[in-house]
Design a protein around this ligand. Structure first.
Ligand SMILES: Cc1cc2nc3c(=O)[nH]c(=O)nc-3n(C[C@H](O)[C@H](O)[C@H](O)COP(=O)(O)O)c2cc1C
Length: 391
């Protein structure tokens, strides 16, 4: 790792190389938000304005990042968020990420609309995988997905709630993003000038919704239609639906995408954890940063109920801020994809190394020997931080 760490000491240092290696449509897919990219940009602005006042004279400490969540113990307080069409971003990414996550003992979340199937990825996760469900309208498909995930050893179910309607995704339209990629002069040209990506596609096959294949075919849809995932899923989630899933899924359930404290309070009766997120700024461009709603939700839910968070966390510094404001665990989307697009699977491993090393360094600088200690440090928030009041 030494040489990589000198050349690419931060996630952002890998981005230029990632952009060079990806076709334009894949880069737009990864790096776009929606609307005016306001929510996506705001996620980062908010993070920039959080500070930590150090306290000293506590002697030397060796940081221990081990974090318990449900009945598991992870080696770090962060994991890999679900990213759909992962192999469109970098061919073969799902399996590379699963292997790395398993090796370094952090969770990997496979998306319903990934390009590798539940079964093919499950093999690499040693019964520790997380499966993300976009709730299908057809309950037979839903139940079959849950059975396949459970049979393949996935331990945690993440249900995504923040897509009651598809978002406009203007940049994706302009870039012509689709699955499988459209074959026209423009995309052929973009792929041709991205030879590493194209060779990856030759090796791993054309990106498609591998887990959903089975249902497409059973419905006689040989071709994956544009908008299929959006039209069949996501619009049907309500509290009854959650109750039904609860009866089927035996392991922990995490509800992803909540932002409002009333939803969070209600969710406590239905699931084992909530996961605050604005989908990396890809859904509701008007949404605040999930960090802005976190302190209030933590206060309302008390200290025991697990809260996960994502959206805009690009570094160990960012993860520390999330933990100090009350999250138990931080999930990370684009940074792992930047790593893998820049340097293949060693880049994803490097992204993990960077974030973990940054957290360790901060903990040792503030003499926090474990995550619980770290959470007691004094956090300072910029004046525009809060949405509403904490009362
Ligand atoms: C390209 C891309 C695809 C995504 N696909 C999914 C998905 O299939 N399911 C889901 O729940 N969230 C999905 N998300 C949202 C991520 O799980 C996560 O909430 C978001 O990426 C966090 O923000 P970050 O990328 O700034 O870390 C996707 C995000 C990106 C960037």
């Amino acid at each position: 790792m030494t040489i990589l760490a000198d050349k690419y000491p931060r996630i952002a240092d890998m981005k230029k190389r990632a952009l060079k290696r990806m076709p334009h449509f894949a880069a737009e897919y990864l790096f776009s938000g929606t609307g005016y990219d306001r929510a996506m940009d705001h996620n980062q602005e908010i993070l920039k304005n959080i500070f930590l006042t150090p306290r000293y004279l506590k002697g030397t400490v060796e940081a221990n990042l081990k974090t318990k969540l449900f009945n598991m113990e992870y080696d770090a307080p962060f994991g890999i968020a679900p990213v759909g069409m992962t192999s469109l971003i970098w061919p073969g990414a799902e399996i590379s990420l699963a292997k790395i996550a398993n090796k370094v003992n952090i969770p990997y979340t496979l998306s319903t609309v990934a390009c590798a199937s539940i079964e093919s990825v499950g093999k690499y996760l040693d019964n520790k995988g997380w499966f993300q469900l976009y709730p299908p309208q057809d309950k037979n498909i839903r139940d079959d997905l849950l059975k396949r995930a459970s049979d393949s050893g996935y331990e945690v179910l993440v249900i995504t709630s923040d897509i009651p309607a598809s978002s406009r995704r203007e940049r994706l339209r302009m870039a012509g993003v689709s699955v499988p990629p459209k074959i026209n002069l423009r995309t052929i040209y973009q792929a041709a000038i991205s030879p590493f990506w194209s060779v990856g596609v030759l090796r791993h096959g054309m990106p498609h919704f591998a887990t959903m294949d089975k249902y497409q075919k059973s419905q006689g849809n040989k071709k994956i239609k544009k908008g299929y995932a959006g039209s069949q899923m996501n619009r049907y989630l309500d509290w009854n639906y959650l109750e039904e899933v609860r009866k089927i899924w035996k392991g922990p359930i995490v509800l992803k995408g909540l932002m409002d404290n009333r939803d969070a309070l209600k969710a406590r009766d239905y699931v084992d954890a909530i996961y605050l997120s604005n989908h990396g700024g890809r859904q509701l461009d008007l949404a605040p940063s999930p960090l802005q709603v976190l302190p209030r939700i933590r206060k309302d839910l008390g200290n025991e109920f697990p809260i996960l968070i994502d959206s805009g966390f690009y570094s160990g510094q960012d993860v520390v801020k999330g933990l100090m404001l009350g999250a138990d665990f931080v999930m990370i989307g684009r940074p792992f994809m930047i790593g893998i697009a820049a340097l293949g699977s060693k880049g994803a491993a490097h992204a993990h190394y960077i974030i973990k090393d940054e957290i360790e360094n901060i903990m040792e600088q503030v003499c926090a020997k474990n995550i619980e200690d770290l959470k007691k440090e004094t956090v300072n928030l910029g004046k525009d931080f809060f949405m509403g009041s904490l009362d």
